[in-house]
Each structure stands twice: as structure tokens, then as C-alpha cells.
Design a protein around this ligand. Sequence first.
Ligand code: PRP
Ligand code: URA
Length: 215
Amino acid sequence: MSDSERDAGGVVVFDHPLIRHKMTYLRDVETGHRPFRAILTQIAGLMVYEVTRSFETEPVEVETPMGRTSGHRLVGAVTVVPVLRAGLGMISGVLDIMPEARVGHLGLARDEKTLEPKAYLNKLPSDLDAGPVVLVDPMLATGGSASAACAMLREAGAKDLRMICLVAAPEGVTRMRADHPGVTVYTAALDERLNEQGYIMPGLGDAGDRLYGTV
Ligand code: PRP
Ligand code: URA
């Protein structure tokens, strides 16, 4: 994907052998919640490197044991926001790489019949405009949850916003481009379609259930 498409708020699909390799374990119906959790954490960590590429830095002076030189520091306070439940499964991987990040929480549950998200938790820092905000949810299906989450983050002041997911459906990507064109979506896989129940095909099933062993 070209830089201009990213700037327009597009989708970045990771094309990395390690991520493809690990994604195959996550998709496998035989993978239980313990390895699922571990692999999800690993993929989230790998994705952070690319997702943070556009973060702003400022020059600073630093004293090494050998003398003075110039370095860089991130500008502002980074906030990562998992969408409960499944988004929590990616948080430790993100924080391993960005331990200084603050963590906000959004709770959204998709109604099984209408597929509409219902918000049940909103705990965010009061100054979300203090730096980049990274929304984290492994599944982008209809896009209803991600769109609602972005609206809640905008309402709370988020200006510099992007999303990390694991598997995206074309329907979810289209919804995000329509509702939040300024939000780049980073995904480990772009799948074929949704089924009649709103599940991603071939996907990996219900991410929250697989993560917590509630299948
Ligand atoms: C899943 C997933 C997303 C949402 C995606 O959560 O983690 O939040 O569905 O679907 P959408 O794009 O059609 O809105 P779910 O509502 O199942 O809750 P859970 O994480 O608690 O299982
Ligand atoms: N939520 C999930 O956990 N999986 C899907 O395939 C769709 C929504």
C-alpha cells in the first residue's frame, strides 16, 4: 500500500512471514485458549512496530558515557484503547513494546441478532488529545463496534487515531472508510466476507470466546 493511501486513512495489511505463520495457528480450530492467548500477544507486539511508524518524535540532547549527542523522544502521551473483551488479548503485546503507554478501556458487546454494538464501559484519560491513540480490537466484522468505538474516542477528544486489528472483513473496512476516513486500520489479514451471522469467513471464530476459553 502506498504512503498516499495510508495518509488518506486506508487499510494496511501486514505482509510478513512471521505474522502469516502465527495467524495460521490462531485460525486453527485445534488451537486452545492458552496458545491462542500467547500467539495473539506475540502478533500484537509485532504489529506495533509498523503502527507507530507515523508517531512524531522531537530531538533531545543525551549524555552518553562518552559524551553529549542528540537523540529523539516520542512527542505527547500515547494511549492504547482495547475494546473489551477480545481487545484485552492484544494489550500485553502492545505494552511490552510501548510500556509508557496509557490504557483506556471501552466495553462493547455485539447483539447476536441485530449485530449492533452496545456500549457498557467507557474509561478513558481526560486528555486523549495529548498524543496518538491506538484502538485495539482483533476482529473488524461489520465494523459497527469499531465505528462506535472511534466515535466514543473522538467524542472524548482523540485527534490522532488509528486502529490495530487481527482479521478484517471487507464490509468492516468499507464501514470504517465511510464513517472514519481519517483512521488508518492496520490488520494482520483481510478476509473474504461475512457469513449470515456476521462472522468473518474464513476468520478464526469468536475471538473473545477462543481467547478466554468460553467457547
Ligand atoms: C467482537 C470483536 C469486536 C466485534 C466485531 O466482540 O471483538 O468487538 O465483535 O464485530 P463488528 O465489527 O460486527 O461490530 P463481541 O461483541 O463478540 O464481544 P466480546 O469481545 O466480548 O466477545
Ligand atoms: N466477532 C468475532 O469475534 N468474530 C467474528 O468473526 C466476528 C465478530
